[in-house]
Design a protein around this ligand. Structure first.
Ligand code: SF4
Length: 727
């Protein structure tokens, strides 16, 4: 007992930041979160936390709760006006009436719902039913579209279903780890700690890193292939070519467990190592070395993330990397397999519940009439929408055209995170109705809202999340929600009831709590590859986090019998071409801009930006260039001359105007040898309030997307640089 008789207690939950999914113990006293520590019993982190996780309690201080949280439902009389508080009853009634009016005038397809990988599985379930079964629109998508939809399609095309086959313990069991397009030292720090420990304990361990930047992860590598941005498929084809040429492939595995290689052969043979090395800008000897280490190690694991996914070649990048595993038999064994890392804490839950335009619950396909009928029956509705739903970029583009007239945006900040911000903000401006459901009041998207609905957040709500290794963990409430905030699932259910009443029909979304929604989700997985029919909240509470599929027990590793989820049971090679990035470099836009992540910030900083200490690592945005490029840009046409030269060389802090074909920003320069010459880098977190521009970093990036996954190419934008004057 402490002062006032309040009891200090700890509540077991899960970190709300990245897809590692670390267990946390939330200390609280008198309804106030007072501390956090790593859960020693959670299998993802065994008690450890990174800087973001260990500062979580500081996102729930009284100051943050009072001044940075959205605490009341609010309504703007007109766009640009100051929002005024109103009651939940009034807000929900007005929202239901306005949605019904738009639905009546323009059809259900005039309404789009845009959700988030931050949501809990139960929230996803509620919003999926609200959109597809109650409103009747196919246009529901998640911001996970921006981070892992290419991994989804890559797995489906090659292994048959969207299921990362590995476990975190494979990091400790691998003899060779290949990391491509990921910087876990900063973005997945607890996994990186596990990798460091594995290397120390395993003599002869090999680490290969493929990344245009010499990141902290690359610094640890035995071999860093610093490829040119956008050349990932060429590099993988070159590696496979080398393996074939030297006889490092596993012919019997290929013959017995794969199909389709002949259709790929011509593509691979077009990339002899010398050509691949030249196009990718890496030493040929390094390419040969990487091929040998990966193919001949007893167990090889690959870890990959946004560098592969955020590309117009996103699916091809994934498939080309998975080919290396299929050609060498490096899959389905301890320490071996292709392992996509998820960025968000519950991107996996969105995939499982099918809360994306391209998915239905239980890894079903919305284009499949049988699948739609199965879900309609499960949800107790006559049918689901048949039209193809718009994916993230398409949804906002449809709004900018006036086709989508209402957007309900849940727990995400598209006015900062989507590419081609000018177009996105045009869309928000044009919409008749913008509902923003958020925990934090200060997002760029909130400025466009007609209604702001306060959402409960970490430490305040109950449910589950699934991390990168298919492990489902409980999220628990330690304290009541801030102000009038409510759980996301409840807001969806309440408005759904009003819409159904307005349509004069029985309620289509009835749930007495998050566990009921979870059970509906569970029922949709029965008999599917992700079957969790043997799992319950009671089992999770009793036995702790569990990996799917779970019928009688958890499944740590998939494909151990080398039988894949395709009709033939064989894994499939895909004939993927190596296409150049969509945004062409040329004399006008000669520099390849990539975006990256900082160690101590998270996405658009809605949460991490409330903790002053997290700015200590990096306190402002920089445009990073390789020092070798400073004289090149400065002296080629003098564009960066004038106050920015010291001894003929650009100096740190010089202001640089960065222009792409879509927008511009002004940033101070930081010379950084991590950056590949000829390219530039900006951390992706910074919004317009931090830049000398109307738009944030994504004012520069482009909406061109992978044709299979519809994931936009956020990792490559052609830009030009010029001197900028102080405002
Ligand atoms: Fe949270 Fe990810 Fe850090 Fe773990 S590694 S504490 S899940 S941010």
């Amino acid at each position: 007992l402490h002062g006032g008789g309040a009891v200090m207690a700890e509540t077991r939950s899960t970190c709300p930041y990245c897809g590692v999914g670390c267990g946390v113990l939330i200390a609280h006293e008198g309804g106030q979160i007072t501390g956090v520590r790593g859960d020693p019993d959670h299998p993802a982190n065994h008690g450890r936390l990174c800087t973001k996780g260990s500062n979580l309690h500081l996102t729930a201080t009284p100051v943050v709760l009072q001044h940075q949280r959205l605490r009341d439902p609010q309504r703007r009389a007109t766009r640009g006006a100051t929002p005024e508080p109103l009651s939940w009853d009034t807000a929900q009634r007005e929202i239901a009436e306005r949605l019904l009016a738009i639905r009546a005038a323009h059809g259900p397809q005039a309404i789009g719902v845009y959700v988030s990988g931050q949501l809990l599985t139960e929230d996803y379930q509620a919003f999926n039913q609200l959109a597809r079964a109650v409103i009747g629109t196919p246009h529901i998508d998640s911001n996970s579209r921006l981070c892992m939809s290419s991994a989804v399609v890559g797995y489906k095309q090659t292994l048959g279903v969207d299921a990362p086959p590995c476990s975190y313990e494979d990091i400790e069991l691998a003899d060779c780890v290949l990391i491509s397009g990921a910087n876990p030292a900063w973005a997945h720090p607890i996994l990186f700690r596990r990798l460091e420990a594995a290397r120390a304990a395993r003599p002869g361990h090999r680490l290969i890193v493929i990344d245009p930047r010499r990141t902290e992860t690359a610094e640890l590598a035995d071999l860093h292939l610093q490829l040119r941005p956008g050349t990932d498929v060429a590099l993988c084809h070159g590696l496979l070519h080398a393996m074939l040429q030297r006889g490092w492939t596993n012919a019997s595995f290929m013959a017995e467990h794969t199909e389709g290689f002949e259709a790929l052969r011509a593509e691979v043979m077009a990339w002899p190592p010398a050509r691949a090395a030249e196009v990718c800008g890496v030493p040929e000897a390094d390419l040969w070395q990487a091929a040998e280490w990966f193919a001949t190690a007893p167990a090889s694991l690959s870890l990959y993330c946004q560098g592969l996914n955020q590309s117009r070649n996103g699916t091809a990048n994934n498939a080309a990397l998975i080919h290396l595993h299929l050609a060498t038999g490096q899959i389905g064994r301890p320490g071996a397999g292709p392992f996509s890392l998820t960025g968000q804490p519950n991107a996996m839950g969105g995939r499982e519940t099918g809360t994306m335009a391209s998915l239905l619950p239980g890894h079903r396909d919305p284009a499949n009439a049988e699948h739609r009928a199965e879900i309609a029956q499960l949800w107790g509705v006559p049918e689901l929408p048949t039209a193809r739903g718009y994916t993230a970029v398409e949804m906002f583009d449809a709004a900018a055209r006036g086709e989508i007239r209402a957007l309900w945006i849940v727990c995400t900040n598209p006015a900062q995170s989507l590419p081609d911000q000018a177009r996105v903000r045009e869309a928000l401006q044009r919409c008749e109705l913008v509902i923003v459901q958020e925990a934090f009041a200060h997002t760029a998207t909130a400025r466009f809202a007609d209604y702001l609905l306060p959402a409960a957040t970490w430490g305040e709500k109950e449910g589950t999340v699934t991390n990168s290794e298919r492990r489902i963990s409980r999220v628990r409430a330690a304290v009541p929600p801030a102000g009038e905030a409510r759980p996301d699932w409840r807001i969806a259910c309440d408005v759904a009831a009003l819409i159904d009443a307005g349509l004069g029909r029985a309620p289509r979304l009835v749930a007495d709590g998050p566990e009921a929604l979870w059970r509906t989700h569970r029922d949709a997985t029965r008999g599917r590859d992700l079957d969790i029919s043997g799992l319950s909240w009671d089992v999770l509470d009793r036995d702790g986090p569990q990996q799917w599929p779970y019928v009688e027990a958890a499944t740590p590793r998939l494909y151990t019998q080398h039988r894949f989820a395709t009709p033939s049971g064989r894994a499939r090679f895909q004939p993927v071409p190596a296409l150049p990035p969509a945004d062409a470099l040329g004399p006008d836009y000669p520099v390849a801009l990539t975006t990256s992540r900082l160690r101590d910030q998270w996405h658009g900083m809605s949460r991490s930006g409330t903790v002053p200490g997290l700015f200590a690592h990096e306190g402002q945005p920089w445009l990073r260039l390789n020092p070798a490029d400073a004289p090149r840009y400065a002296l080629a046409d003098g564009a960066l001359a004038g106050g920015t030269l010291a001894g003929g060389t650009l100096t740190d802090g010089a202001l640089v105007r960065v222009q792409s074909r879509r927008g511009e920003a002004v940033l101070p320069l930081r010379l950084d040898a991590q950056v590949l010459p000829g390219s530039a880098d900006i951390a992706m977190h910074w919004g317009d309030e931090f830049l000398g521009a109307q738009l944030g970093v994504n004012g520069l990036t482009q909406p061109a997307a992978c044709p299979d996954s519809r994931q936009p190419e956020l990792k490559f934008s052609a830009v030009r640089l010029s001197a900028a004057d102080l405002p």
